[in-house]
Design a protein. Structure first.
Length: 481
């Protein structure tokens, strides 16, 4: 049975690059009818916060990911939060000490730093020199009585380590360059390497799918798996994602967090689709697809080795596609908070005219890529239109006036509007004024909306209604017939 895990550290908002690792683990589990596990790696006490853990779980749920085991889901290999597993790490560490696989190291930070500097100057690798590995009983006793703090280090075998990565192929590491690494800090918390290897072993993880930035950590994990008497899982190190500035996406790119996209009103299915396109493409090269469409054919080995570049324009394009096909009632629900925040509609839910809102949202959905843009696009329906000096000048020219007047007169003859009637009105204006194309549309659009571009004219007129349209035109008529 395939068992994979996503193991974020709750030190901030989950950015797209990191959430992408969750997506591929989830997809892989679905592809192989396996189990997807969420594990919270919060042993860095200074930087980890509960609120980040709550937020990231909420954001992943929003994205549509579901895990079968995790802090909230439970499971037989829990707890799934590392800070609740300290006793487990402690016990295994003691076992390692007893078996001679690990030892106490009393070197101080200052000593380590000094040796690092010397290694640097003499062109040696900056690894720990394994000095405390072979302390005599007498030396140990002396350190113990002096009350020095100690860490626990793992004895790394000096050998060539080879493993096959599902994406990167054969990887080789010379362990003699590594030095004995810390598995338990002096404050009794486990190191990242130790906690990962212990948990992956105990949670029976079969495949570790994570970012390429962890490739150089993998040898440390593999030697620990061996010490734990466990065959290492298979590894798949995914290439990372860069921002437009060609630096790796990180928490610095605050705007790229899942929470931020959610706040902006992107649909989760669009974000999920876009994330599945970062570093992978389905065989048919289609760009718009849902997880269900590709899950049966997804092969992790076909993922790109090269970094992907986050392309906001492409995401916006994709997001627009999903907005166009989404259930209108769902979009209305999503739109309401933004319209309320803009002060366009009251906070009283009974005061909301859903029929009108539906028309508005339906008209606007073609022109936006996320729901927060709705306020900007729809203010013409809720507020008086402000027309610039330049536009006033344009609207007062002779030819423009003839179009506006003719349009106004046609509106006066009508009591209802439909797409057909609107088309006929424009035809009549065209025949009367002999103006067509842009010369015909632009004066009407500018008078009604104060803008030169935007929604379909017919939609604007229909939503505004005949009376409002007349009023907005009337203000610019210099002569009335
Ligand atoms: N906690 C690590 C991170 O957030 C992930 C470790 C792993 O996947 O092995 O980068």
């Amino acid at each position: 049975m395939v068992r994979v895990r996503f193991a974020p550290s709750p030190t901030g908002l989950l950015h797209i690059g990191n959430a992408r690792m969750a997506v591929y683990n989830w997809l892989f589990a679905r592809r192989h009818n396996g189990i997807f596990i969420l594990r919270i790696e919060d042993t860095d006490i200074a930087r980890s916060e509960k609120k980040h853990m709550v937020q990231l779980m909420d954001d992943l749920h929003w994205l549509g990911l579901a895990w079968q085991e995790g802090p909230d889901a439970g499971g037989q290999y829990g707890p799934y939060v590392q800070s609740e597993r300290l006793q487990i790490y402690h016990d295994i560490c003691q076992k390692f000490l007893k078996e001679g696989l690990a030892y106490r190291c009393y070197c101080t930070l200052e000593e380590l730093e000094e040796r690092r500097q010397i290694a640097k100057l003499t062109g040696k690798p900056p690894r720990y020199d394994n000095r405390c590995r072979n302390l005599t009983d007498k030396q140990i006793k002396a350190f113990e009585t002096s009350g020095l703090n100690f860490v626990i280090r793992f004895k790394v075998p000096e050998e060539l380590l080879v493993f096959e990565d599902l994406i990167r192929g054969v990887c080789q590491f010379d362990l003699s360059l590594f030095g004995d690494f810390v598995i338990m800090r002096s404050d009794g918390t486990p190191s990242f390497h130790f906690a990962v290897a212990v948990d992956d072993t105990m949670m029976k993880i079969t495949h570790v799918i994570r970012g390429e930035d962890h490739l150089s950590n993998t040898p440390c994990h593999i030697v620990l798996f061996h010490a734990l008497g466990q065959k290492p899982p298979q590894f798949a190190h995914l290439s990372l994602t860069m921002g437009a500035d060609r630096t790796l996406l990180s928490k610095r790119h605050g705007a790229f967090s899942l929470s931020e996209y959610r706040k902006l009103g992107y649909l989760p299915e669009a974000i999920l689709n876009y994330m599945m396109l970062l570093g992978w493409a389905p065989r048919d090269k289609k760009e718009k697809f849902r997880a269900d469409d590709i899950v049966d054919t997804f092969e992790i080995g076909t993922m790109s080795k090269a970094p992907s570049v986050f392309d906001q324009q492409k995401l916006d394009w994709l997001s627009g596609q999903y907005l166009r096909e989404a259930e209108i009632e769902r979009l209305v629900d999503l739109a309401i908070p933004y319209l309320q925040a803009a002060g366009f509609i009251s906070a009283d839910e009974y005061a909301i005219d859903r029929t009108k809102l539906k028309l508005i949202v339906d008209a606007v959905r073609n022109n936006i890529s996320c729901m927060s843009q709705i306020a900007q696009e729809t203010n013409i329906f809720f507020r008086d239109v402000v027309v610039s000096e330049k536009h006033i000048e344009f609207l007062t020219s002779e030819i423009t006036q003839s179009v506006l007047l003719s349009f106004y007169n046609e509106l006066c003859k009508t009591h209802v509007l439909s797409s057909e009637i609107f088309k006929n009105i424009l035809k009549a204006v065209q025949e009367e004024t002999k103006v067509n194309g842009k010369g015909l549309y632009l004066p009407i659009r500018v008078a009604l909306t104060g803008r030169e571009h935007g929604l379909e004219m017919y939609n604007i007129a229909l939503i505004l209604g005949i009376d409002t349209c007349k009023k907005r035109i009337e203000r610019f008529l210099l002569i009335r017939k």
